[in-house]
Design a protein around this ligand. Structure first.
Ligand code: NAI
Ligand code: MG
Length: 356
């Protein structure tokens, strides 16, 4: 049966890069013989907000629950609608309602895109971030306001269920890869209750995956290793805060943060998972057909992998590497030093995928 995908372009360049992504999804479907059933939505955008005084229709949970995945562009147009309304009224609600407890991001060298490192080697790993609990809670408060004794407290929450489910996802992912190696981010020498508990759950879970090689590093030295030997990682798992830091650092050492994508995943399949580029709506370049669509295509690749089409997912990555690697100015957008439009770069990648 066809994969049911809700297409939500959102704002700004989202409306320019999502159509390229859709075209590539359709090219993959044609090549690999699966079916995608796409439905487009104009909500989760500032246009919608200006018409309806809300970011989403009242029945959004019911409407979106029917889909296998959400293919998202970007939301936000701060000159028209404040970011706390546009983002909190859409994307962040999706994450909570659909219990997207995994945030998944690739760190991968891209052909022709130079990174900041002299000899990075071949970088190809995943960062798995816990997305619902940990350090990002609203538990805490401030007392003795405005006095010398002023004091603030913010709690970290780690639950057995919450840790185990993110670890299970990370171990499964590691097990599915040739290197079968999992790195856990910790700080149990400084954070003396929650982090030792995290480590203990890692040790417990590793018993179920005897073929996965597990290593654990304190977050500080792990950041150093990301810079000094990024090619040594395979799958890296961290709490909400550590995962947040690592998931920007990882792509940054490859030089491809601007081309990266992110999955907000509910692995149970009970709710739809969401795939989006890491970049925002770029109001400064919107409407000119010059935005780079690669981040959106990476998001499409992640979505197809999640839906069970790993060959098609790999094919998108290969096509991106082929086109960027040959470095023809009429196939590269301006940010990559070329003169191609969004559509022209998309055309080049589509041709690459459909080439016999
Ligand atoms: P941004 O990522 O939209 O733009 C930062 C800079 O990178 C800009 O100069 C932009 O032109 C450039 N850029 C971004 N994507 C590009 C692409 N595909 N091709 C070429 N150049 C690109 O971040 P910014 O400016 O901080 O935020 C703009 C709006 O996007 C805000 O409303 C913000 O809240 C929202 N935003 C939304 C996100 C989401 O939907 N997940 C994520 C980040 C920001
Ligand atoms: Mg971040």
């Amino acid at each position: 049966s066809p994969y049911k995908i809700a297409v939500i372009p959102g704002d700004g360049i989202g409306k320019e890069v999502v159509p390229v992504g859709v075209r590539i999804l359709q090219a993959c479907a044609k090549k690999y013989g699966f079916e995608v059933q796409l439905e487009h939505f104009d909500f989760a955008s500032c246009d919608y907000y200006e018409r309806h005084a809300k970011m989403l229709p009242d029945d959004w949970v019911e409407v979106l629950s029917r889909f296998d995945a959400l293919f998202f562009g970007a939301v936000g147009d701060p000159k028209r609608v404040p970011d706390h309304i546009s983002l909190w009224g859409s994307l962040l609600l999706f994450r909570r309602q659909f219990d997207q407890y995994v945030n998944l991001r690739p760190a991968r060298s891209v052909a022709g895109v130079p990174g900041p490192l002299r000899n990075p080697g071949k970088i190809d790993f995943w960062i798995v971030r816990e997305n619902t609990e940990g350090e990002y809670t609203e538990l805490g408060g401030k007392i003795f306001h405005g006095t010398q004794r002023e004091m603030v407290v913010q709690e970290t929450v780690m639950t057995r269920v919450g840790i185990d489910r993110i670890l299970e996802y990370a171990f499964d992912l590691a097990q599915s890869r040739p290197a079968k190696q999992l790195t856990s981010a910790t700080k149990s020498n400084g954070i003396s209750i929650t982090m030792p508990y995290w480590d203990q759950r890692v040790a417990e879970m590793s018993k179920r995956y005897p073929d996965v090689k597990v290593e654990s590093y304190h977050i500080d030295i792990l950041c150093a290793h990301f810079v000094q030997k990024p090619s040594s990682f395979d799958v890296v798992v961290g709490s909400n805060l550590f995962g947040d830091i690592l998931s920007d650092l990882g792509p940054a050492v490859t030089g491809s943060l601007g081309l990266a994508a992110s999955g907000n995943i509910n692995p149970t399949g009970k709710w739809p998972s969401l795939f989006e580029p890491v970049h925002g709506s770029a109001p400064d370049i919107m409407g000119q057909n010059i935005a780079n669509p690669i981040g959106q295509l990476e998001a499409g690749s992640m979505m197809l992998r999640h839906l069970g089409q790993p060959q098609a997912a790999d094919d998108i990555i290969l096509a991106v590497n082929a086109v960027l690697g040959r470095g023809k100015p009429d196939e590269l957008t301006r940010d990559l030093g070329g003169q191609a439009s969004t559509t022209q770069l998309g055309d080049a990648i589509e041709r690459e995928i459909l080439a016999p």
